[in-house]
Design a protein around this ligand. Structure first.
Ligand code: GAR
Length: 211
């Protein structure tokens, strides 16, 4: 059974989707063992506590720079014996020292079809604001491994979502979450825990289930 550590910063609906999937038995060979928040008041912490999941706070404001913060996060990840780290609405870019220590063992969910609307500055509602500004007819979500490049790691799963004429950033965010993020994140986590993801030349292949 693999230990899953989830990093959060906010409301935690993606964390909830993971918890619900685990409760339904859909995370095969994995268990959420700890939730770490970059903010002490993140609602995601309440969600975790409700299910008896261990919670930790690593407050970004208490560290002088990205490197110091990243070292602190890495220590916690190692202390928790994480086999997999999931960024579920975690809004901080960590230093490459974490990426190197956890290569192809950290996954992120991004609310757009990478390589569109991604990279530094594209997070949360901003992503949907930019998608609406551009007038794209399709957007979606991507789950990918985390590497040194912001939102640039190997893509595991993607799902497209239609943009409607009267969408606001908020309505679009909600549809992308419901139709894409909350489905592909638990699926990708399970595939990882089942050892069904391989990465070659920066590309992910999904190993078919044994019959
Ligand atoms: C989600 O839409 C997630 O994809 C996005 O922030 C939201 C967090 O919601 N993450 C990013 O933009 C990261 N670049 P949640 O806290 O309810 O899961």
């Amino acid at each position: 059974m693999k230990n899953i550590v989830v990093l959060v910063s906010g409301g935690g609906t993606n964390l909830q989707a993971l918890i619900d999937a685990e409760q339904r038995g859909e995370i095969k060979n994995g268990k959420i063992t700890c939730v770490i928040s970059s903010k002490p008041d993140a609602y995601a912490l309440e969600r975790a506590k409700k299910y008896g999941i261990n919670t930790l706070v690593c407050n970004r404001r208490e560290y002088p720079d990205r490197k110091a913060y990243s070292s602190a996060i890495l220590s916690l990840i190692q202390q928790e014996n994480a086999d997999l780290v999931v960024y579920a609405g975690f809004m901080i870019i960590l230093d490459e020292l974490v990426v190197r220590a956890m290569e192809n063992k950290m996954i992120n969910v991004h609310p757009a079809l990478i390589p569109s609307f991604c990279g530094e500055g594209y997070y949360g509602l901003r992503v949907h604001e930019q998608a609406l500004k551009k007038g794209v007819k399709l957007t979606g979500a991507t789950v990918h491994f985390v590497n040194e490049e912001c939102d640039g790691g190997p893509i595991i799963l993607q799902k497209a979502v239609e943009v409607l004429d009267d969408d606001t950033p908020e309505t679009l965010q909600k549809r992308v979450m419901e139709q894409a993020e909350w489905k592909i994140l638990p699926r990708a986590v399970s595939l990882f825990c089942e050892d069904r993801l391989t990465v070659t030349d920066g590309k992910v292949k999904i190993v078919q289930e044994e019959q």
